[in-house]
Design a protein around this ligand. Structure first.
Ligand SMILES: Nc1ncnc2c1ncn2[C@@H]1O[C@H](COP(=O)(O)OP(=O)(O)OP(=O)(O)O)[C@@H](O)[C@H]1O
Ligand SMILES: [Mg+2]
Length: 145
């Protein structure tokens, strides 16, 4: 997750949106932490349990980490007053909330297989990257992504 976060972070700039899908405990926040570390944000990226969106300042556009678990509509996402053009926005549980917000985003689907050893220190995750909009489509299509 850290390595993947670094690869994604290297491409991120202001106005970018990353949508993270995956069931409870799939690793969405862990990946966001990897992105944040690679971007050099100040402060740790944690699960924003009591806040819907947390802004992590850095030298450059801030990382805004949204946990939309308790949000129910695009209207509510609007209510968060996120500076989308001036930030890098990573959203957990945002599927279906982004209609009308943007046509360009990177979607990361994290699959956590069941039936493995629950005590294993590292469980494999299957990650599928999908680009929406020309730039992200090209990035995902490029070798290695
Ligand atoms: N590849 C991995 N191997 C083993 N453990 C992992 C892996 N990725 C994440 N984890 C662990 O799984 C747990 C849940 O991860 P995380 O909080 O990132 O999931 P999440 O998708 O954000 O969950 P939620 O839906 O509750 O927001 C954490 O303890 C994390 O360390
Ligand atoms: Mg999480």
């Amino acid at each position: 997750m850290a390595a993947l976060g670094a690869r994604i972070a290297a491409e991120l700039r202001a106005g970018d949106l990353v949508l993270l899908n995956g069931e409870l405990g799939a690793g969405k926040t862990t990946l966001t932490r990897g992105i944040g570390e690679s971007l050099g944000v100040r402060g740790a990226v944690t699960s924003p349990t009591f806040v819907l969106a947390r802004t992590h300042p850095r030298d450059g556009p801030p990382l805004v980490h949204v946990d939309a678990y308790r949000l129910s509509s695009a209207v509510e996402l609007d209510d968060l007053d996120i500076d989308f053009p001036g930030s890098i926005v990573v959203v957990e549980w945002g599927a279906g909330l982004l209609d009308g917000v943007t046509d360009d985003w990177l979607q990361v689907d994290i699959d956590r297989p069941h039936g493995g050893d629950p005590l294993a220190e590292v469980e494999p995750r299957t990650v599928t990257l999908t680009g929406y909009g020309d730039r992200w489509k090209e990035w995902v299509d490029a070798a290695g992504h």
